[in-house]
Design a protein around this ligand. Structure first.
Ligand SMILES: Nc1ncnc2c1ncn2[C@@H]1O[C@H](COP(=O)(O)OP(=O)(O)OP(=O)(O)O)[C@@H](O)[C@H]1O
Ligand SMILES: [Mg+2]
Length: 252
């Protein structure tokens, strides 16, 4: 079932046309990657879905219902949760307080403690630091807190904007592993990433944005066969694996 459908979205910032007719969809249970260079329009797409940016043309529907024109709070209440670029946690609040803020829109108050326990089991480091100021966490730990806080709203659809940004390689691998585990728990994920290699390893499908347009979309295997991707995004050249190699094969 299609959870989210974006059709022919156009966004302008003054004279800059940031999105020039972007269409994409996310089916229930999928990890969908949104990849592309700096300035391609990835965050603008996310912010349009969240009601933070107002498109001049196009439609956005969530479970068949139009989202465009609705305020961000109404959109979040429908079960769409953002984790944004540069992890916006509240550093002076404790880890637990940050998690509870994520649940602020929920009405099932008695379930909240159970979910704190659940996500602390999933992210043990957060469980160990519940009463400490979130600002004391390392960058990677803050990133996990940002994801856990988004999960506290009990979302159907998680919009992740560059969750691996600024993380050391080991933590990047950890974050991507967590993303696949979340999908296995039934959370649908739209994942914006600069880390194209890792994204294509975990995504079910992906869209390649180029200066405000979808240049290519398909399964990771299809995208890797696309002529330019190796060159443009994987630092590629002749060392690329053959297009027919299985997905699990190393990309060296
Ligand atoms: N608030 C804004 N005002 C003016 N121009 C903007 C604004 N936000 C984004 N832009 C421009 O819109 C285009 C798309 O930006 P966007 O942030 O969506 O790209 P992105 O794909 O998320 O890039 P990055 O990978 O660097 O985060 C860029 O040219 C950017 O300079
Ligand atoms: Mg961005």
């Amino acid at each position: 079932m299609t959870l989210l459908a974006v059709d022919d979205l156009v966004v302008r910032y003054g004279a800059i046309e940031a999105l020039r007719g972007v269409s994409l969809h996310v089916d229930e249970g999928e990890i969908v990657g949104l990849i592309g260079a700096n300035g391609a329009g990835k965050s603008t797409t996310m912010n349009s879905i969240l009601g933070v940016v107002r498109p001049v043309r196009g439609t956005i529907t969530y479970r068949g219902e139009p989202l465009l024109g609705k305020p961000p709070e109404a959109i979040i209440r429908k079960g769409i949760a953002p984790t944004m670029e540069g992890r916006r946690i509240f550093p002076s609040l404790t880890v637990e307080e940050n998690l509870r803020l994520g649940a602020a829109i929920r009405s099932d108050r008695q379930q909240i403690q159970a979910d704190i326990d659940r996500w602390c089991a999933f992210f043990p480091i957060l469980g160990q630091r519940l009463q400490q100021p979130a600002g004391n966490l390392s960058g990677g730990q803050q990133q996990m807190l940002a994801v856990a806080r988004a999960l506290m709203s009990n979302p159907k659809l998680l919009l992740m904007d560059e969750p691996s940004l600024g993380l050391a390689p080991l933590l990047v691998a950890e974050v991507f592993r967590l993303i696949t585990q979340l999908r296995d728990l039934g959370v649908t994920i739209l994942l914006v990433e600069q880390n194209v290699r890792m994204t294509l390893e975990i995504a079910d499908r992906a869209y390649l944005l180029n200066t405000g347009r979808v240049e290519f979309s398909g399964t990771p295997a299809e995208i890797l066969q696309h002529a330019d991707i190796e060159q443009a995004y994987l630092g590629g050249g002749k060392s690329s694996r053959p297009a027919s190699a299985p997905m699990g094969a190393p990309l060296t």
